[in-house]
Design a protein around this ligand. Sequence first.
Ligand code: FAD
Length: 502
Amino acid sequence: MTTLQEVNGLDAIGERKNVTVIGAGVAGLVAAYELERLGHEVEIVEAGDRIGGRVHTHRFTAEGEAGPFAELGAMRIPSAHRLTLHYIAELGLQDQVLPFHTIFSDDAAYLPSSSGYLRVRDAHDVLVSDFASGVPAGRYRDGTLLFGAWLDATIRAIAPRQFYNGMHGEIGTGLLDLVEEVDLTPYRRGHNGTMIDLHAFYAGNPRIRSLVPPHLERFLDDVLDETSSDIVRLRDGMDLIPRSLATRLLGRITLGQEVTGIEVRDRDVVLNLRQGTRSFTKTCDYVVCTVPFTVLRGMRLSGFDDEKLDIIHETKYWPATKVAFHCREAFWHEDGIRGGGSFTGGHVRQTYYPPVDGDPAHGAVMLASYSIGPDADALSELTEQERITLITRELGVMHPELRRPGMVLGVATKAWGEHRWSLGAATIRWEQDSALREAQRREATRPQKGLFFAGEHCSSKPAWIEGAIESAIDAAHEIEWCERRTGVAFPARRLTHTEKSA
Ligand SMILES: Cc1cc2nc3c(=O)[nH]c(=O)nc-3n(C[C@H](O)[C@H](O)[C@H](O)COP(=O)(O)OP(=O)(O)OC[C@H]3O[C@@H](n4cnc5c(N)ncnc54)[C@H](O)[C@@H]3O)c2cc1C
């Protein structure tokens, strides 16, 4: 198998370094894994009581027991995410990889329209007629209107409501005039070819793809990634990635240890730490900080330059909220839905029907609601009980079976915008053009002497595991090469025994 060193040109050089990694999410674990492979000594400090960060598989069964689970964080991997799939193979998890059925992939799933909820397979007439009412009459053939209608419906399902409202006008006559020139036959899918495969369309028409306004290019990437038929999941849960990485590490991972301040000095980095009621400091040669900037900006930071503080304070994050129901049975099967997802709208936004891979006697999990942006904020302002009641009421219109006595056995919910160790779901750079995005990525990543940065916010693929991995490999690479590149020598100082046992 090709090693990642070969893929990325990483090769061990220089002396053994002591590195402290802040955060045991994917970025922290991968940085530690790569640094150890290069021969360095690494330890991880993690504020929370579990590893994985925004990869959070909630299990409805007791620890160690097989059974239904909900992905409260990351749930799918586009097959173009080369690094993520590389690690999955490297960690021996390849036999866990199964297709992920996305929103609208099952033609029995639902979406709202001006005529109420419609099945995906029956939606085209209403969608096309709603869409056609907003463009000049008689100007486009049916296929072009079908394309516009599905693009509009897909953006509506993926984007937060406010973003969709701002985007709506972007599917204007300019785009439709170009689509009018294309034979859409190869991109027709579903029942009687009444859907358009947008992923295949844009892949087959790179010229049209390249005409997307620069500030929407990244947004379109995410829409296409999320609705592609080429996405995968891990059968026994996405947390297999962080858990497997952790078992490969030699260095210690300390849970429940919160970094409250960082002081960058010429020759070392001092961390202020808190564990329970105890506060102490640790002096480190090198540090990789993977903490989201939302959390970092609340810490006491000293020795940082002004530009770095600016990016830490200005990077925008979007919230996300998920609500999952552990149901007595996969009642949606009776309704003809085998998997994939519906767009429910309202506060619910997206609803997914994960497959029942285990014993059906243990029940089934429905990801009842997945929202991002202001929609997620609205849900996070409610108490958990209010949120669950609201989602049950709204989703009960589409799925009245939810109201059957004893149907819902358990609920798991997470509002990432409120979660203490992330204060947001992800950096979203949707409205920036590629030059600005790259400038912000470089600034986010730029080290401060012995302090290096990684995490999805430091990558070209923000809001994905792929980005967390990419940034971690970059950080490991930077540390490996830093003395050569900068000429700055940091002493190879080992942690004292007291610091190690802290
Ligand atoms: C709802 C949701 C859905 C998503 N869906 C997908 C998906 O389907 N596919 C996909 O690829 N990606 C998805 N993502 C994105 C993906 O989960 C993240 O990009 C990735 O997990 C981020 O990893 P990270 O290591 O950069 O950050 P994190 O996972 O946030 O890791 C940072 C770690 O630092 C710790 N920490 C924070 N503050 C401190 C402190 N003061 N001291 C010590 N430790 C601290 C945190 O507890 C955490 O463990 C999703 C994210 C969310 C929230």
